[in-house]
Design a binder for this molecule. Sequence first.
Ligand SMILES: N[C@@H](CCC(=O)N[C@@H](CS)C(=O)NCC(=O)O)C(=O)O
Length: 85
Amino acid sequence: MKPVEIYTTPSCPYCHAAKGLLRKKGVDFKEIDVSADPKLRMAMTQRAGGRRTVPQIFIGDQHVGGCDDLHALDHLKQLDRMLAG
Ligand SMILES: N[C@@H](CCC(=O)N[C@@H](CS)C(=O)NCC(=O)O)C(=O)O
C-alpha cells in the first residue's frame, strides 16, 4: 500500500468526507493540519500545483487532488489500484 497524505483543516466538511472514504477502505493516512500554519498551507499549494483548497491528497508522489477527485477515482474503480501501487 502506498503512503497517503492528506492536508486538512478541522472544520472542512470535504476533509471529513475524504478521510471517511479512506477509512472505509481501511487506508492509513498521514494528516497534515494546515489551519494554524500559513507556511504549511503555502507548501501544500505549491505541492498541489497551485490548488489552495483543502483537502489536498497525495498517494505516494502522485497528487490526487481534493475530495471530489478522490471520490471520482473511486467511482472509476481506479483508486484501489493507485493505493496498491
Ligand atoms: N471541490 C473541492 C472543495 C474543497 C473546498 O471547497 N474546501 C474548502 C474548505 S471545506 C476550502 O478549502 N475553502 C477555501 C479556504 O478555506 O481557504 C474538493 O472536493 O476538495
